[in-house]
Write a protein that binds this ligand. Structure first.
Ligand SMILES: Cc1cc2nc3c(=O)[nH]c(=O)nc-3n(C[C@H](O)[C@H](O)[C@H](O)COP(=O)(O)OP(=O)(O)OC[C@H]3O[C@@H](n4cnc5c(N)ncnc54)[C@H](O)[C@@H]3O)c2cc1C
Length: 470
């Protein structure tokens, strides 16, 4: 129900969630069976969609299907991926398919099923501001209700004791290329919009894909597979010095465990920053199967002699770019190791240049006087994902997937989302709504390892639970 239509629109909620991506959807799904928690979640989009521009046919998750919204915390939840398959009568086909890494489109469909069946999710609601009201000891959350075209329809306000931000990431475009993306004409687009422009890209004479991470690889592969042999006319380039595989060794992946997160959080700020810079291969490389698929497709095109008309060059930076006679783009390139420069004329550019955390400061400007910041002016976030605020603020703001600087590169990882949701729910309910294991990795990070300790029972940050089944 929309709070604006509720009998008492001023009645405060226990928790308002901002954003309904996998992070907050996991929290909503794990909160649901607890009962008694008065929650509402808002998302600015008209419906759920998980990176819709990149649901390329055949592209898979980088994590096993067990990294669904709930299983790694509560495999008995009604919101598991397996239960989704059961509801669709697809368990047997899935069983025989023997797929640990499901297609991205299937993960999107699973999340949509959760959204269709879980109460308290409101799409078409853009949250504009969160403020603290010291008179009422409550947060005020201002939102704009949007129609399906994204036009403002009405303004609203919800009061709440607690807030959880799950506003995710936004596409990143390097400065020299920004003017090109914004101008009409020759297609220059971010990878996030790939599927909307796929037909135009396949029709273009020559296409350049900038960025040699996972999205760049998937887009290059899709274009390659669909261009005529010998007339591919594709360029694929990026700054990294090689087409580097993503770290996927079993012990290496233990850096995506709660044990590692806890170890990381306790380190000094400059050490944490150094570690994050050095861990790029955990999330910025290309998965080995996609590298193999690219090579297989290139090789297939040599079977009858000749080489595909495709140029793959790592170690290249785009210095500047501009339009040529309005119908073409000229990229000015620089090769770092060779210390050489050249120009490339192309008919379309796809920028697979990654994503950045959406800055919290826009929505949280009203909380600025209460926020505690680190040496680089980033918000301090405690181990339980709470923003560190002035003690006069009795409510809590939880943060999901904006805490790489405090919790490490696992912040966006789908496998860690249910654990983080459980930590937040335990903190909210002041107990152990979800029991979590003390240990999650074989690796001992540091000379001593801090294990997970269940929270001491403390005053809950909300009204008493009606149905505390655990
Ligand atoms: C193409 C791609 C593939 C990925 N694949 C994997 C993978 O296989 N495995 C893995 O572990 N990780 C993967 N990731 C990383 C990560 O899991 C995803 O980015 C994931 O979507 C993060 O979830 P989220 O809920 O934090 O953010 P998002 O999914 O970005 O959702 C945030 C939501 O907040 C909403 N929002 C933002 N601002 C407001 C506002 N002011 N008011 C209301 N709503 C707002 C947005 O509309 C959006 O719906 C991938 C990332 C990308 C980009």
């Amino acid at each position: 129900m929309n709070p604006a239509q509720s009998p008492d629109p001023d009645a405060p909620r226990d928790l308002v969630g901002i954003g309904i991506g996998p992070a907050n959807l996991s929290l909503a799904a794990l909160a649901d069976p607890l009962g008694g928690l008065d929650t509402v979640f808002y998302d600015q989009r008209p419906t759920f969609g998980w990176h819709p521009g990149l649901l390329i046919d055949g592209a898979t998750l980088q994590v096993p299907f067990l990294a669904d919204l709930v299983s790694l915390t509560d495999p008995t939840s009604p919101w598991t991926f397996l239960n989704y398959l059961r509801s669709r009568e697809r368990l047997f086909p899935f069983y025989f398919a023997e797929r640990f890494h499901i297609q991205r489109a299937e993960y999107d469909a699973y999340c949509r099923w959760v959204c269709d069946n879980l109460p308290g999710l409101h799409f078409g609601h853009q949250v504009d501001a969160v403020r603290w009201n010291p008179e009422r000891d409550l947060f005020e959350v201002d939102f704009t209700q949007l129609d399906t075209d994204g036009e403002a329809e009405a303004l609203g306000r919800t009061h709440t004791r607690n807030v959880v931000l799950g506003i995710g990431t936004e596409p990143y475009v390097p400065d020299p290329l920004k003017p090109l993306v914004e101008a009409p004409g020759v297609p220059v687009l971010h990878a996030a919009d790939y599927l909307d422009h796929r037909a135009a890209l396949l029709a273009a004479e020559h296409v350049t894909v900038v960025g040699i991470g996972q999205s760049g690889a998937e887009i290059f592969l899709d274009l390659l597979r669909n261009k005529p042999a010998g007339r591919e006319k594709l360029h694929w380039l990026g700054r990294t010095e090689a087409f580097t595989p993503m770290e996927y060794s079993k012990l290496g992946l233990e850096q995506f465990t709660p044990d590692h997160t806890r170890y990381f959080h306790a380190l000094p700020e400059p050490t944490r920053d150094r570690i994050v810079d050095g861990q790029w291969q955990l999330h910025k490389g290309i998965d080995a199967a996609t590298i193999a698929a690219v090579h297989d497709e290139l090789y297939r095109r040599t079977l009858h002699g000749g080489w595909p008309d495709a140029v793959l060059t790592p170690g290249v930076r785009v210095r500047t770019a501009g339009r040529v006679a309005t119908t073409k783009i000229e990229l000015h390139l620089e090769h770092g190791r060779q210390d050489s420069r050249s120009r490339l004329t192309t008919d379309a550019v796809v920028l697979a240049t990654g994503y950045r955390e959406r800055p919290l400061d826009r929505i949280l400007a009203g909380l600025d006087p209460y926020m505690r910041r680190d040496n680089q002016e980033r918000p301090r976030i405690d181990e339980d994902h709470r923003l560190v605020l002035d003690p006069s603020v009795t409510g809590t703001v939880y943060v999901q997937n904006a805490e790489t600087h405090t919790h490490g590169v696992g912040a966006p990882d789908l496998g860690l989302a249910p654990w983080r949701s459980a930590l937040i729910l335990n903190s909210l309910t002041g107990g152990e709504a979800y029991a979590l294991p003390a240990r999650t990795a074989f690796t001992t990070f540091g000379l001593t390892q801090r294990r997970h300790v269940p929270p001491p029972r403390e005053a809950p940050a909300l009204t008493p639970l009606v149905d505390d089944r655990r």
